[in-house]
Design a protein around this ligand. Structure first.
Ligand code: FAD
Ligand code: GLY
Length: 365
């Protein structure tokens, strides 16, 4: 059976890998270079608790977080690459009594659900080796939140895909998805027509250009800097002002991110960087002399409720895997699994009902 996947981000590539392993003949169409969308721009945090998630979405994200270790171990075995998976935990510093009271409520809520979340006084964080800004009062500690180096993971996935018979069509843009009598038939690209038995739309923030889906871009700007020593910071520090992510085995630290409703407006701005630099210096003022390495931005695929759009569409054999917004790196293993189970076994995970595009039908024109 032949499948075409629109979008070579982390979601499209990981579904391609999963289906290929099950014996499918897969083509990935990517308008740029593989993996250079939001998936390249991201922080790589696997952080359902630091992100403050609740309800079904929390459960979905926790399941995916729990799948990560074996997911990366498999990919590392397949490619020989190290993808910088690090069970580093996340400290969530707070800067006001109001924030402190909110985060302490969140800790209680997570503890009641049986999740690991601990309050740390300022002194406890200092004892972990951090020279904190003077307004940090303390913070939450989420020991089970983690990270992967998303760029290294993308690089490994691309390496895996290039070793297989998966067809990759880079620098080719899908213009239309074609159906006949309600059944998917083909995609039309700027270079021709690709016929297939099924199609998965995984075009990230651009998915709404091809289907009437409520997916829109939320821009995020980021920068990175170098510490003097490798792994000088041992945890992610995630606050409302900025998150600070040290990369495993390196002296690189990534800082993010803005949340901007500016449609697809390109570029890093002075105002964007100023917010991030202030957030960094409020948390760790001793980083002020460190060297900036890179600045960048990306477009999160957002939806009206912040949850993804997964599963069947109204067209038979056309599926959606998009709208992962702030948690697409985290949700990669579970998305690949439930999409492959749907196509291969016609098995519908209960999450596909919860995250079906149906919930936005009343908003469609
Ligand atoms: P993308 O990576 O954007 O891939 C979609 C691809 O489709 C693109 O490569 C695009 O070129 C291609 N495409 C689009 N239209 C077409 C077309 N018509 N034809 C062919 N190709 C097409 N998530 C986390 O879990 N943890 C984090 O710490 C985190 N931090 C983030 C920080 C920032 C600044 C940003 C921007 C995002 C962050 N995210 C994070 C979110 C995460 O990056 C996304 O949810 C995830 O990458 C979405 O993956 P994707 O494959 O759907 O999208
Ligand atoms: N999950 C972090 C971000 O989207 O910025």
């Amino acid at each position: 059976m032949k499948g075409v996947i629109i979008g070579g981000g982390i979601i499209g590539l990981s579904i391609a890998r999963q289906l290929y392993k099950l014996g499918y003949d897969i083509t990935v169409v990517e308008k740029r270079m593989l993996g250079r969308g939001a998936s390249w721009a991201a922080g790589g945090m696997l952080a359902p608790l630091a992100e403050g998630l609740v309800g079904d979405f929390l459960d979905f994200c926790l399941e995916s977080r729990d799948m990560y270790k074996s997911f990366v171990e498999e990919i590392q075995k397949e490619t020989g690459d190290n993808v910088g998976f690090w069970e580093c935990g996340i400290i969530y510093p707070v800067f006001s009594e109001e924030e402190k009271s909110l985060i302490q409520k969140r800790i209680k809520y997570y503890n009641k659900l049986g999740h690991n979340a601990i309050w740390l006084d300022r002194k406890d964080i200092e004892d972990k080796g951090y020279m904190l800004g003077k307004s940090v009062l303390g913070g939450a500690y989420f020991p089970d939140d983690k990270q992967v180096d998303n760029r290294r993971l993308i690089t490994a996935l691309v390496m895996y895909i290039k070793k297989t018979k998966i067809e990759v069509r880079q620098f080719e843009t899908v213009r239309f998805i074609n159906e006949k009598n309600g059944v998917f038939k083909s995609v039309t690209t700027d270079k021709g027509e690709i016929e297939a038995d099924f199609c998965i739309l995984a075009a990230g923030a651009w998915s709404g250009e091809l289907e009437p889906l409520k997916v829109f871009p939320k821009k995020g700007q980021m920068f990175s800097f170098k510490t003097k020593k490798k792994e000088e910071l041992k945890n992610i520090l995630y606050s409302k002002r900025a998150y600070i992510i040290p990369r495993k085995d390196t002296n690189l630290v990534v800082v993010g991110a803005t949340e901007e409703n500016v449609f697809f407006k390109e570029g890093v701005t002075v105002a964007g960087l100023a917010i991030l630099i202030k957030g960094l210096l409020d948390t760790l003022p001793n980083t002020k002399d460190y060297e900036i390495v890179e600045t960048w931005y990306g477009f999160r695929p957002a939806t009206p409720d912040g949850f993804p759009i997964l599963g069947k569409s109204d067209i038979k054999n056309l599926y959606y895997a998009t709208g992962h917004y702030r948690n697409g790196i985290l949700l990669t293993p579970i998305t690949a699994k439930i999409m492959a189970d749907l196509i291969h076994k016609e098995e519908e995970s209960p999450y596909l009902k919860i995250f079906s595009f149906d919930r936005f039908k009343h908003l469609m024109v």
